[in-house]
Design a protein around this ligand. Structure first.
Ligand code: HXC
Length: 510
């Protein structure tokens, strides 16, 4: 027996060395942790159970039979994060560059299947060179198996991808089908084809960082939801994120203890909205003062900043926040903001996370760039997402709610459950000046007349009461009481049950 135990220990130690000490050293030299070090940081102490650490590839082409490394480039298993079960796979760059072989893919799909069967989230840590080039179609087939499982699990269990090194070729499409992608600054990049292929095909010269670094994907392409300074920060923030997410689509949101009273009032909110309707203010101040302990996990912070989305808690229960940001482009809805918010609203609806919407929106952004770029279809995504959502929806209009954007931003008409307005709310088809210039076009030559018409429109519609008289607004509330009101509304809606008509699936304008 002693001999067998020694053999086991030897095999384990060998597998844990991955591609060997010199490759581990090289990984560290680049500022990256190894797959197992990452898992250790992400999971609760001693909670990780590794599967398949002795699995080796079966390729016999290109002399591969002579180089077999246990684990085959991916570390898989399960553990807990703050006591809750999470499945994980972490690409091991020290083994064949983390590249995906047939057996490597089988290790991944085993974990994907377990996560789905047991209805717990799955996190993938990426640091790899794509398909194992020596394996050809077996690698491609393996990717297909992984992709299929990403799709089947979508909307059932949260799937999170963290890019912590190269992520190229076949490796990009699995993250792309997960719920969120996070990156590490300077050490990670994602692209379908790398700089060399780009040069050959399009004659463009770009670096890996310029083509698919964290900056590009968090600010330009919107592929990534956030970037972190280093591996440690990324992994600790993933632990924080997991605390907001339910285990699956039927489990309900996690509830964490909070010391923040639901009755807390914030007098300073009474003066948040400036007297001048064209002056901006920071909607994040309202978010921070409204949610439990000011704890807000923002998603896509660096992209389409005219809308703010992210997770927070009210009375310990997770909520999704969607808020127009008057500080950026006056909070207008453009294509990017619409797509960003639509995806977030759909995530919340999948996983039964109530949505709190803060509205200050002057409308949709006019112009050829927007129209040519498909604003109609992108705006429709957000309208569609809010309309189909059956989770509790609480809406607060702080100032402007103009035009189609009023309808879109979780209005009563698309099944907003509780719709409040601050006394500073202005709910109208458009701003007063624009309205006067259209209705009284014949008086355009007389600025004084137009000014008077504009003032008349302003005093008629620049308030929440026309909408409140019709029941489109449930109550006009004091800004200082916003947290109380939202907490009460969410409590009242805790057992909300609404079902959409049966369908195979909808046909959201993609
Ligand atoms: C086999 C690979 C590999 C791969 C890297 N390695 N990528 N082995 N298949 N795809 C091996 C290297 O041979 C090397 O082995 C070790 O991993 C480390 O790689 P380096 O090149 O030394 O590291 P680095 O300089 O950091 O460069 C990393 C890299 C580069 C940028 C990822 O390795 C690279 O460009 N790899 C190929 C990327 C690629 O074209 N993949 C195929 C995409 S096609 P040794 O033994 O020397 O340490 C694809 C199609 C699937 O994925 C589509 C499905 C839909």
């Amino acid at each position: 027996m002693k001999h067998v135990i020694e053999e086991l220990e030897k095999r384990r130690a060998n597998a844990r060395l991955g591609g060997g000490q010199h490759r581990i050293d090289a990984q560290h030299k680049r500022g990256k942790l190894t797959a197992r070090e990452r898992i250790e940081l992400l999971m609760d102490d001693n909670s990780f159970e590794e599967f398949d650490m002795y699995v080796e590839h079966r390729c016999t082409d290109f002399g591969m039979e002579k180089t077999k490394i246990p684990g085959d480039g991916v570390v898989t298993g399960w553990g807990t994060i703050n006591g809750r079960v999470v499945y994980i796979f972490a690409k091991d760059f020290t083994v064949f560059g983390g590249s995906l072989s047939e057996t490597h893919a089988k290790k991944m799909t085993k974990i994907q299947d377990m996560a789905l069967k047991n209805r717990a989230p799955i996190i993938g840590l990426f640091d790899a060179g794509g398909a194992r080039i020596q394996e050809g179609v077996d690698a491609l087939g393996g990717y297909g198996e992984v992709f299929l499982r990403n799709v089947l699990a979508s909307g059932v269990i949260p799937q999170i991808s963290v890019i912590m090194g190269p992520c190229a070729g076949g490796d990009v499409y699995s993250p792309a089908m997960t719920d969120f992608i996070f990156m590490v600054k300077d050490t990670s990049y994602m692209f379908v084809t790398g700089p060399d292929v780009v040069k050959t095909v399009t004659n463009e010269t770009v670096t890996a960082e310029e083509l698919g670094g964290a900056r590009v994907h968090t600010t330009k392409s919107s592929i990534a939801d956030k970037a972190y300074e280093n591996d440690v920060e990324a992994l600790l923030q993933m632990r924080r994120l997991m605390d907001f997410l339910p285990a699956n689509n039927l489990d309900g949101v996690p509830v964490l203890p909070t010391h923040d009273s639901a009755d807390r009032t914030e007098v300073s909110l009474d003066t948040l909205v400036p007297d001048n309707p064209n002056k901006p203010y920071d909607i994040k101040e309202l978010i921070n003062k409204m949610v439990d302990e000011g704890d807000f996990f923002e998603i896509q912070e660096a992209y389409a900043k005219n809308i703010v989305v992210g997770f927070a808690r009210m009375e310990g229960h997770t909520v999704g926040i969607v808020a127009n940001q008057p500080m950026v482009l006056a909070g207008v809805l453009d294509s990017d903001a619409s797509r960003k918010a639509a995806r977030f609203v759909r995530f919340c609806d999948c996983f039964d996370i109530p949505i709190v919407t803060l509205v200050d929106v002057p409308g949709f952004l006019p112009g050829t760039a927007q129209e040519y770029g498909g604003l109609i279809k992108h705006g429709a995504k957000l309208l569609f997402a809010y309309s189909e959502a059956t989770v509790p929806k609480v809406t607060i209009i702080t100032r402007k709610a103009y035009g189609g954007a009023y309808d879109v931003m979780s209005s009563k008409h698309i099944r907003g459950d509780v719709n409040y307005a601050w006394p500073s709310a202005e709910i109208a088809v458009m701003g007063a000046k624009g309205a006067a210039e259209i209705i009284y076009r014949s008086e355009l030559g007389d600025p004084e007349k137009i000014k008077a018409r504009s003032d008349e429109y302003q005093s008629r519609f620049a308030n929440p009461f026309v909408a409140a008289e019709r029941g489109y607004i449930d109550e006009v509330i004091l800004p200082r009481t916003t947290r109380q009101r939202v907490c009460r509304a969410l409590n009242m809606l805790r057992n909300k049950t609404v079902e959409n008509p049966w369908k195979k699936h909808d046909n959201i304008p993609l």
